[in-house]
Design a protein around this ligand. Structure first.
Ligand code: PLP
Length: 458
């Protein structure tokens, strides 16, 4: 393109009002929410960057698919359209629809994990870790060292450390490691991609030990776009083709359709192992539903099927990755520390370095997230010690990083919304040293970040 302005490859077709709020109102709302942004009413938020999960805008053709949805209990045409779209990109022989990604995780880990076992991943996402640990197994994160350094500009910071993976498989033995996972892109590690080369190396290690490899594929299209842009020899390929190659290196996948299937709900579990698939389907029927709809309505299956066609379009992915980088680059220019390089679906603010006076066990990420909300009505998400600090034995430790994730819903906000976010973040960063830390006053036994209540300290 001859021009630099990011061109949003869509026009707005229907609008949702955003209710304006004052700083004073937001102060009251966040106090009532126990300083937990998950407990806010979303009408009290101006720019909602809590998550990119299920929050995107669907296209005209997806809404048309919703109308076409066939709600037959078994064997609906909507199921076959869904199956065909999934298998066009991920040609696994068994596809098991679920209501969202964590349901796929729950079913898989119930079938293969358990006490004494270990599941390696580049970095487990919170629900993935929780579902592994719920079975009594250990969730082991093996991302490369560069992936834990917020300022390192390695182009594939989501890569798995294959030597450590090999060590783990050798010392623990294949019988205690039922599956190896690679998360594309690596959400908890900054939305960073995994290279094809790394996937090939992980595959080779898995082959040596006879261990299956699964992808946590939520952001497969964004990952494939990064491969096309950054990996030598990939520049002329279709993204769909790169995705098929990623799939060909794995034995199965879990998926949240709320991300790169551009839908508001849905997910699936897929694999080539027929025996394992039969065990998973039995579990599916207990909690999700019949295997041709899982936890979904026929209309949801249609929205996903259409979303999978749209998400691999190059115009869409160019806009998507470029507009996330626009936010991250502007913040970096303003002196706000952000994880580099900028990830695919989100910009991650390095709260630990912005708030050096707040120790990790006083939750610098939470402190920054609350301040962004109070100042400008921006809702981000702490990804740090609140989310990952509580160990299964009840002890508490600082997480590897204390970040605030500003996740960008797909096709939802305009460039002026993002310019506003840049202004608010810059303002809060300038007075970061005055922000208080927090203590937790109430927390549940698992996934505490969703419902814990906090109070400021000092
Ligand atoms: C990498 C990753 N895995 C799994 C999940 C879980 O998906 P869901 O929210 O659909 O249960 C998420 C959701 O944010 C994710 O980012």
């Amino acid at each position: 393109m001859a021009f630099r302005t990011i061109f949003e490859p869509f026009r707005i077709h229907s609008v949702e009002p955003v209710r304006m709020t004052t700083e004073q109102e937001r102060g009251t709302s966040v106090r009532e929410a126990g300083f937990n942004l998950f407990a806010l009413r979303s009408e009290a938020v101006l720019v909602d960057l809590l998550t990119d999960s299920g929050t995107g805008a669907m296209s005209r053709d997806q809404w048309a698919g919703i109308q076409r949805g066939d709600e037959s209990y078994a064997g609906s045409p909507s199921w076959f359209r869904f199956l065909e779209s999934v298998q066009e990109l991920f040609p696994f022989t068994n596809v098991i629809p679920t209501h969202q990604g964590r349901a796929a995780e729950k079913i898989l880990f119930t079938a293969v994990a358990g006490p004494g076992k270990a599941v390696p991943n580049n970095t487990h996402f919170d629900t993935t870790r929780a579902n592994v640990e719920f079975t009594g197994a250990e969730a082991v994160d093996l991302v490369i060292a560069e992936g834990r350094d917020p300022s390192n500009r390695h182009p594939f910071k989501g890569n798995m450390d294959v030597d450590r993976l090999d060590d783990l498989l050798r010392t623990r033995g294949p019988e205690t490691v039922p599956v190896v996972f690679v998360t594309v892109t690596n959400n908890s590690g900054g939305g960073q991609p995994v290279s094809l080369q790394n996937l090939r190396e992980v595959r080779a290690v898995c082959d040596r030990h006879g261990t299956p490899l699964f992808l946590d594929a939520c952001r497969f299209a964004e990952n494939a776009w990064f491969i096309r842009e950054r990996e030598p020899g990939q520049q002329d390929r279709e993204v769909a083709d790169i995705v098929r190659e990623m799939a060909s290196l794995a034995d199965g996948m879990t998926m949240s359709a709320k991300k790169d299937a551009l839908a508001n709900i849905g997910g699936w579990l897929a694999m080539n192992d027929d025996d394992l698939a039969a065990r998973c389907r039995n579990l599916l029927i207990l909690t999700e539903g019949f295997p041709t709809y899982g936890g979904l309505a026929g209309r949801d299956l249609e929205a996903i099927a259409q979303g999978l066609h749209e998400v691999v379009q190059h115009d869409y992915l160019r806009y998507r990755i470029r507009s996330t980088a626009y936010l991250g680059e502007a913040l970096a220019r303003a002196g706000v520390p952000v994880v580099q390089p900028i990830g695919g679906h989100a910009v991650y603010l390095d709260a630990r370095s912005l708030l050096p006076h707040v120790p990790p066990l006083r939750y610098p990420g939470q402190a920054l997230a609350v301040a962004l909300y109070e100042a400008g009505g921006i809702r981000g998400c702490e990804i740090g010690t609140v989310m990952f600090g509580r160990r299964p034995d009840g002890s508490e430790e600082p997480a590897a990083m204390d970040l605030v994730r500003l996740a960008i819903p797909r096709r939802t906000y305009t460039q002026s919304h993002i310019d506003y976010v840049i202004e608010v973040c810059t303002d809060v960063a300038a007075r970061a040293r005055d922000l208080p830390g927090y203590r937790i006053v109430e927390e549940p036994p698992a996934l505490r970040h969703f419902t814990a209540r906090f109070e400021p300290v000092g």
